[in-house]
Write a protein that binds this ligand. Structure first.
Ligand code: NAD
Ligand code: UDP
Ligand code: UDP
Length: 357
């Protein structure tokens, strides 16, 4: 099949399938939970290209089998439909734990989220919110039994609506424990705590990444995140919905940069936490402008009321990752966005329109 632009781009990071500098040459057995999702599937591509044996565990809550179709016939690859809230027995060397109901539409608008969090285990209809606690516990239990190295994909949301800018890993954050987005923020904070408890108490080898807003091909089309919303809206000739005054800021990282950071973190000697994000900071109005420049200069903007507890600013301080992992992002927004746009265009309009603009 014809290769897409972003796959060729990924090869650039792969150095044509050769092992990137500093990464171990030994072939690994690697478990990726949430591996059929956006970030997970790109990570799986890199691990497969490196020659690893990869097991993906995913319940397809937001992930898609489509993202992994190209590996299904490879004997080094295995896809298991499983919810990490349930225990599982596997034998691997490394665990990348990504499984999480990560998109805002899946948690932000549920006013009972915080309550349900406290009650997890009791209300079965809200199993998704259990993932961060019970799912992480199970994967740590697995890591303990088989002596595997465990990497948690935490989030910049642990900093809440930050009072320090940019955010350094030593900052403890400003999170509302009972707000509408607490199920995600606090869930990841608990996951970090569990991870460090298993590390300190049981000597499990762990790594923690705090991921900042990431975009790229294979993102869910309608997951409510700002980049996917603006791109899908502009392609569909709908107005881009800017929440609030649009002056809040975020830093947008292209997915191949993130995957490179995650692998360096896993292979390196440092526990973290490490901020993994692109320090380039944009207001939502500036982002809308970049989307206009990339897709359609006549695309309209429509203002909508903002959601509660929306962080005003966010930007990673990545000094630690630069110094200890030798990592920094290399794809600026204006370069990465077109790669995502061609994937979205294809998924929204089908192959026929590829290349149209
Ligand atoms: P995604 O929704 O595309 O991927 C998450 C995957 O986890 C999906 O495939 C989903 O089906 C799976 N999953 C959810 N609950 C599960 C469960 N109980 N059992 C098994 N599988 C389950 O999201 P993503 O953007 O790829 O995020 C991956 C990880 O990175 C998440 O942990 C997320 O919190 C973290 N993260 C992402 C971003 C970002 O901007 N994309 C930012 C910060 C943190
Ligand atoms: N667990 C798992 N797979 C394993 C080992 C453990 O899913 O191979 C789960 C186990 O069911 C438990 C969790 O991980 O719920 C924590 O395990 P641990 O051994 O740390 O704690 P314990 O079982 O002693 O409570
Ligand atoms: N946002 C927006 N329009 C949208 C979706 C989101 O203006 O259609 C804003 C949102 O209010 C927030 C920022 O974009 O200030 C980033 O939102 P997202 O949900 O993508 O990520 P997060 O808030 O988790 O950083």
């Amino acid at each position: 099949p014809r290769r897409r632009a972003y796959e060729l781009h990924a090869d650039h990071h792969n150095l044509g399938g050769r092992i990137p500098l500093g990464l171990k040459a030994k072939s690994m057995r690697v478990l990726v939970t949430g591996g059929s999702g956006f970030v997970g599937s790109h990570l799986v591509d890199r691990l497969m290209a490196r020659g690893d044996t990869v097991i993906v565990v995913d319940n397809f809550f937001t992930g898609r089998k489509d993202n992994l179709l190209h590996h299904l016939r490879n004997p080094r690859f295995e896809l298991i439909r499983h919810d990490v809230v349930e225990p599982i027995l596997l034998e691997v060397d490394q665990i990348y734990h990504l499984a999480c109901p990560a998109s805002p539409v899946h948690y932000k608008y549920n006013p009972f989220a915080a309550f349900i969090w406290v009650m997890f285990g009791i209300l079965d209809g809200y199993r998704d919110h259990k993932t961060n606690v019970v799912g992480t516990l199970n994967m740590l239990g697995l890591a303990k039994r088989i002596n595997a190295r465990f990497l948690l994909t935490s989030t910049s949301e642990v900093y809440g609506d930050p009072l320090e800018h940019p955010q350094v890993e030593t900052y403890w954050g400003n999170v509302n424990p009972i707000g509408v987005r607490s199920c995600y923020d606090e869930g990841k904070r608990v996951a970090e705590t569990l991870t460090m408890d298993y590390h300190r108490g049981l000597n499990i080898e762990v790594r923690i990444a705090r991921i900042f807003n990431t975009y790229g091909p294979r993102m869910c089309l309608d997951d409510g995140r700002v980049v996917s919303n603006f791109v899908a809206q502009a392609l569909r000739k709908e107005p881009m919905t800017v929440y609030g005054d649009g002056k809040q800021t975020r830093s947008f990282q292209y997915v191949s940069d993130l995957v490179e950071g995650l692998m360096r973190l896993m292979e390196g000697e440092h526990v973290g936490p490490f901020n993994l994000g692109n320090p380039g900071e944009f207001t939502m109005l500036e982002l809308a402008k970049v989307v206009q420049d990339t897709i359609d200069p006549t695309a309209k903007i429509e203002f909508r009321p903002n959601t509660e507890d929306d962080p005003h600013k966010r930007k990673p301080d990545i000094t630690r990752a630069m110094e200890l992992l030798g990592w920094q992002p290399v794809v600026p927004l204006r370069e990465g966005l077109p790669l995502m746009v061609s994937d979205f265009r294809q998924r929204i309009f089908g192959d026929a329109k590829e290349g149209d603009s």
